[in-house]
Write a protein that binds this ligand. Structure first.
Ligand SMILES: Nc1ncnc2c1ncn2[C@@H]1O[C@H](COP(=O)(O)OP(=O)(O)O)[C@@H](O)[C@H]1O
Ligand SMILES: [Mg+2]
Length: 275
């Protein structure tokens, strides 16, 4: 296996960590004496500061991929390294139109639904938080069913903390970044199909399933990136989105030398969905 094209984007985190001085001692002081003094804020970002105060993260040490919607960082914690997915303010970026995914999703408050439709500030904030919450909930459900996804750890506003897939030497690469041997590619594909069947048995469609959202770690495949996940029970477009996922999966796996019949796979996976 070669790590071709896999950029080493690890960078020291500096933006939200502006007041980091002799951090190791300070973490120790804060955690051991349980002091709470806002002048000792570690993070300029209050959401991260809260996660720090609640003990989920300590220092942010690397930046991984920066996507359209989110940037993923690696942080230290008392339980070891964790992945921290920070969603960008959607006003600053072109946020994906999520109405197809939100279709049928329950929104507790009609005023919030109206605000989202009117794209007011309150609505846009609510939309972002609902989107991130959705990812966290799905991670929980999937992990609970034993599907290979990062274990969810904490959610706060626009931030999710989850198990870091990788080692101290680096994050697990995406399947899209790798050249695998024939056997490895076949194994990765079988595992990806199993993950897809697992989603289907839970009545779910990933909504963005491809080798770009599959990590390869010590011979095991992990699925990531769930804010858009769809439920058959709620969304009348689920079958179309499943078909699209299978297309995307096969298209990206073809780069790893895998070929499979789309219709047959679609029918097989669809049969797993509880009716
Ligand atoms: N738990 C994790 N462990 C290791 N790397 C991760 C983890 N979650 C995400 N990543 C890395 O961060 C990238 C972006 O994460 P992802 O959830 O796919 O967000 P998006 O594609 O919406 O930007 C992934 O492609 C992967 O390289
Ligand atoms: Mg992704």
């Amino acid at each position: 296996m070669r790590y071709d094209d896999y950029p080493d984007t690890r960078e020291k985190f500096s933006k939200t960590n502006t007041r980091k001085t002799s951090s190791k001692r300070r973490i120790k002081d804060l955690t051991e004496h349980k002091e709470k003094n806002t002048s000792l804020d570690r993070f300029a970002d209050h959401t991260l500061q809260e996660l720090f105060e609640r003990g989920f993260i300590q220092d942010i040490i690397w930046q991984l991929q920066q996507g359209k919607e989110a940037t993923v960082y690696v942080a230290t914690s008392q339980q070891g390294l964790v992945a921290v997915k920070v969603y960008a303010d959607i006003r600053a970026r072109s946020f994906r139109n999520d109405s197809v995914y939100r279709e049928g999703r329950f929104v507790a408050d009609v005023r919030i639904e109206k605000a989202i439709q009117d794209r007011t500030n309150v609505g846009i904030n609510a939309q972002l938080v609902l989107w991130v919450e959705q990812e966290f909930r799905e991670l929980h459900a999937l992990h609970h069913q034993g599907i290979a996804v990062p274990k969810p750890i904490a959610w706060n506003g626009n931030v999710i903390v989850m198990e870091f897939i990788g080692t101290e030497d680096g994050a697990a690469p995406r399947l899209s970044d790798l050249h695998l041997s024939k056997e490895e590619a076949r194994s990765a594909f079988e595992q990806a199909k199993n993950i897809l069947r697992g989603f289907a048995r839970m009545g779910r469609v990933h909504g963005d399933f491809s080798t770009f959202n599959l990590l390869w770690h010590e011979g095991k495949v992990y699925a990531i990136d769930f804010p858009q996940m769809i439920r058959f029970r709620e969304n009348p477009q689920a079958e179309i989105l499943l078909r699209r996922d299978i297309k995307g999966m096969l298209k990206t796996f073809s780069k790893l030398g895998i070929a499979e019949d789309e219709d047959a796979l679609y029918r097989e996976v669809l049969r797993q969905v509880p009716r």
